[in-house]
Design a protein. Structure first.
Lengths: 317, 351
């Protein structure tokens, strides 16, 4: 097990190197805007552009630039924003907690909704309730976050909503103190969690139906254990294992930024940060957020693999 | 009173294509401590009938009728709770594939402990001691250590031993073994059958062995019921089935088993044709499309399971006259093909 983790960690380092190279190629080698020109402001003199180019190291060869960038990244230096001249890393670390709160709350919510519904639907397969629930789930999956978010704001936001129940758009930014922040997050959590809850419910339903047809479930019933125990201890135990994989990847992806939710609800998180940087062609920030996003996905994948080994005794290395 | 008495049990499944008559009115009894072998091809209804006895026919489209009386209690109308109390306690079951029948995520010992604690109010430690004792009893070396292993760390034979240990842990009155050796190597098969027989005597358990292989039940069964297309078509003490079988299907089964004393190059004789569709059963005798001795009337008249001799324990569902069947089997045993046998026994009709 220990050797396995070490092996995986080496792999993680290699992957991150590769991702750094790819982001560098995408943003620095492929002809996008010239960073020096972007930075020089309107109608710059050629001398100004040249001096910026030298100060950014853009006059060096591309491999040299990459090595320099890599060296800086390893030391925690992600460069500085073209927009406001501030270091990228502190700005990212500033926004990360907001994304984390958003994601963790949404994860708890969608698991709390999706798992019981999935179980219920699987156990009552084919019943009217199952069909209604799965129909609603399909609806939730089909509704994009920006649509659902706007509908939610339109209905429930306390400033523009028809039924002003919850703090609306920008409430999170303006919130003072934990209680206000919590209230302000209720709507974003629900909106972000909706489609995930639906996906998880459907996924778990399918998995559980399959597992409940396994021979070992028949054995459990033949032993005379209660139906509840058959479903929870024997069925769910197997059906939840693939959910762990899904969950790990989803968390990894979202930690890199829940762009749509953060944008709709004006939450200053990683996604919103990246979105603003893209709008302004702020390359160092884009690079930084992409790297962080990739980092989360790689790390979550590693965690999933390790957790999986604990869950399934057949996969111990 | 018999331990298990099945009367006119029918299990039909409603499907889009029509009614599937998986089990179509079967009756049999099992006495305490005795062994019944139920033999038949895939789809003959042997597994479905035993799962129904256990109350494990869960499909929503199943229509079950008839009566299953176990130890004086009607099971088909028993509540779910009552059935759960009986399953794994009074009636235990082992299945065909011991790998897929054990939960891959739990230790073998824990799975046996669960079976014990589902019915006995004992501590985990006591249940564990019992589980280890059972594992030792079924011939697993170092049972205490092996109890902590996972199913995938066991060989196929060991897994089936563990299943048997689990099934017998609560000292059941009836053990239903559904193709217990089909998934195992031939050498392991014999060991497992011996084990079941030995434990049956030790625990005085009645056993129902379900198999497609007459060889499996030849040694261990007291009686054999041969099933075809959802019905029992011949039922007799094991000796009688092997010595004086009366049904052409049983003859076919017997002639498809290799024998040690027959010449090595002698070809086995398969039964021509395929098992019938359980939705559109053939009219008359459901075996008639495959029967080498069929006569026109057999396509119309449905045979009943009747004693070969009045009051005897050998019953058969065949429309041929008893004397004709005797002579046919005599010719078959002499090594003749069904066609030769038929032309010898009834030359005028074949011509």
């Amino acid at each position: 097990m220990f050797a396995y983790i070490v092996r995986r960690l080496v792999w993680v380092v290699f992957l991150l190197l590769l991702i750094t190279l790819i982001t560098f190629v995408i943003f620095s080698v492929l002809p996008a805007g010239d960073p020096a020109r972007l930075r020089a402001g309107r109608q710059p003199t050629p001398e100004l552009i040249q001096s910026i180019r030298e100060s950014l190291g853009l006059d060096k060869s591309k491999p040299e630039q990459f090595l320099q960038y890599l060296g800086n990244v390893v030391q925690g230096d992600f460069g500085f924003s073209y927009q406001n001249n501030q270091d990228v890393l502190p700005q990212i670390l500033d926004r990360l907690p907001n994304t984390m709160i958003l994601v963790v709350g949404a994860v708890i919510l969608w698991l709390a909704i999706g798992i019981p519904i999935g179980i219920l639907s699987a156990v009552k397969t084919g019943s009217l309730m199952d069909r209604v629930i799965m129909g609603l789930a399909l609806l939730a999956i089909s509704a994009p976050v920006y649509f659902l978010g706007l509908v939610a704001l339109f209905l429930f936001a306390d400033d523009i909503g028809r039924f002003p129940l919850l703090p609306g758009n920008s409430a999170f930014n303006d919130a003072e103190g934990a209680a206000d922040k919590f209230l302000a997050l209720l709507m974003p959590w629900a909106v972000l969690a909706a489609s995930f809850a639906a996906v998880y419910a459907r996924f778990l339903r399918g998995g559980l139906i399959e597992v409940l047809n396994e021979d070992y479930i028949r054995t459990a019933r033949a032993k005379g254990v209660s139906e509840r125990r058959v479903i929870v201890k024997h069925g769910l135990r197997s059906a939840l294992t693939p959910i762990v994989t899904l969950l790990g990847l989803d968390i990894g992806i979202l930690l890199g930024g829940a762009i749509l939710t953060e944008t709709v609800f004006n939450i200053q998180g990683m996604g919103r940060f990246a979105y603003d940087a893209i709008v302004r062609s702020d390359l160092p920030i884009i690079q930084g957020t992409v790297l962080f996003g990739a980092f989360f996905i790689v790390i979550m994948t590693l965690i999933v693999d390790i957790v999986y080994a604990f869950l399934d005794p057949r996969v111990r290395y | 009173m018999a331990l298990l008495e099945v009367r006119d049990l029918a299990v039909h499944f409603e499907s889009e294509d029509g009614l599937v008559r998986a089990v179509d009115g079967i009756s049999y009894t099992v006495e305490r401590g005795r062994t019944l072998g139920i033999v038949g091809e895939s789809g003959s209804g042997k597994s479905v009938s035993s799962l129904t006895v256990m109350g494990l026919t869960r499909a929503r489209n199943a229509r079950i009728s008839g009566s299953v009386v176990f130890d004086g209690k009607e099971l088909l109308t028993a509540s779910d709770d009552d059935m759960r109390g009986i399953r794994g306690d009074d009636i235990a079951m082992i299945f065909q594939d011991p790998l897929s029948s054990l939960h891959p995520f739990y230790r073998v010992g824990d799975q046996i402990v669960e079976a014990i604690r589902a019915h006995r109010d004992v501590s985990k430690a006591q249940a564990r001691d019992r589980a280890v004792e059972m594992l030792g009893l079924v011939g697993i070396p170092e049972p205490r250590k092996r109890a902590a292993a996972y199913p995938h760390e066991f060989s196929g034979g060991m897994r089936q031993r563990a299943m048997i240990a689990m099934a017998l842990a609560n000292d059941p009155k009836l053990l239903i073994a559904d193709e217990p050796t089909t998934a195992l190597d031939v050498t392991v098969q014999a060991q497992i059958l011996e084990l079941i027989e030995r434990l049956q005597q030790e625990f005085d358990t009645a056993v129902v062995v379900i198999t497609h292989d007459l060889g499996v039940v030849a040694e261990m069964a007291d009686d054999i019921a041969v099933m075809y297309a959802g019905r029992i078509i011949e039922h007799a003490p094991t000796d009688t089935i092997f010595r004086e079988p009366e049904h052409p299907y049983t003859w076919g089964l017997l002639r498809s088993i290799p024998k040690l004393d027959s010449p090595r190059d002698e070809a086995l004789t398969p039964i021509d044709g395929r098992p019938p569709s359980l939705i559109n059963l053939p009219s008359g005798c459901s075996f008639h499309p495959r029967c080498p001795y069929v006569r026109p009337a057999h396509r119309r008249v449905e045979p009943a399971l009747e004693p070969v001799e009045a009051g005897g324990d050998h019953r058969v569902a065949c429309l041929l006259a008893h004397a004709t069947r005797r002579r046919l089997w005599h010719e078959l045993r002499a090594g003749r093909s069904p066609e030769e046998a038929r032309s010898l026994v009834e030359p005028e009709e074949v011509a």
